[in-house]
Design a protein around this ligand. Structure first.
Ligand code: CDP
Ligand code: CDP
Length: 228
């Protein structure tokens, strides 16, 4: 049996993180943790409770009372918010456009990171987000930073939206993605940042399978070095 490792995948919106993270996790029989889904679930609950996304104190009180579970299905992951399936609802435009404000608060991040580290304790894990390689799993054996042009990322999200039956406008999407990347990169608490020891992969013109292959190669290399 090869030693089980941790794989951290970070990058801006729609770079392909969750798609390749899921493939990698399935191939290695690891758990997959979508940390963005956790911030999205809290954002959904705060919107339903009409809490201002800038009100850190109210948000942390809310989070303390909030149960967020990630359930692995055959092909996708289900997100349970207080036992209610919100897998679809957390991808709405309203949640997407508010999540970066909720996620910028240090106290919220501290609690989320604690929960994420707990999920990673058990066994081999692939985790994706913005601060995984830098803060959540600083000792991850493989760290990947995915990038792609904003045009390509907006195009991908647009196609995804159409498939899911969400209304979608390409130019609006591009602006929203740029705005979210900006907030995520400029915030003080664990911003979106490539870890020094992360491998950067530009996915603009390569396929999902090629990206997954690169990550798996890295993983096997590290496992080989770890021996047994
Ligand atoms: O899938 P997409 O790239 O659109 O976003 P996501 O991974 O679901 O993350 C949604 C938002 O949650 C991000 O824009 C960040 O504001 C926040 N987030 C974060 O701050 N830290 C993480 N580790 C993951 C997500
Ligand atoms: O998790 P993140 O927001 O980084 O991106 P994603 O949700 O995994 O990917 C966004 C969309 O881009 C998905 O529909 C993928 O199928 C697509 N994609 C692609 O076309 N080519 C890649 N190399 C990676 C992702």
């Amino acid at each position: 049996n090869k030693a089980e490792i941790a794989i951290a995948i970070d990058g801006p919106a729609a770079a392909g993180k969750s798609t390749v993270a899921k493939i990698t996790a399935r191939k290695l029989n690891y758990i997959y943790v979508d940390t963005g889904a956790m911030y999205r679930a809290l954002t959904l609950k705060s919107l339903n409770s009409e809490i201002d996304p800038d009100n850190e104190k109210a948000l942390i009180e809310l989070l303390t009372l909030t149960d967020i579970e990630l359930i692995q299905g055959e092909n996708n992951q289900h997100v349970l918010l207080d036992e209610y399936d919100v897998t679809h609802d957390i991808r709405s435009e309203q949640v997407t456009n508010n999540v970066s404000y909720v996620a910028q608060h240090p106290l919220i991040r501290k609690e989320m990171v604690k929960r994420q580290q707990k999920l990673a304790e058990k066994r081999g894990v692939v985790m994706d987000g913005r601060d995984i390689g830098t803060h959540v799993l600083p000792n991850a054996e493989v760290k990947i930073f995915l990038i792609a042009t904003v045009e390509e990322r907006a195009r991908r999200r647009h196609e995804e939206n159409l498939k899911k039956g969400f209304s979608s406008d390409l130019d609006t999407l591009k602006k929203e993605i740029e705005q979210r990347d900006l907030i995520d990169s400029k915030r003080e608490a664990s911003p979106l940042l490539k870890a020094d020891d992360a491998i950067e992969i530009d996915t603009t013109s390569i396929t999902i399978d090629e990206v997954a292959e690169r990550i798996l190669d890295e993983a096997y290399k590290v496992m080989g070095q770890k021996g047994d």
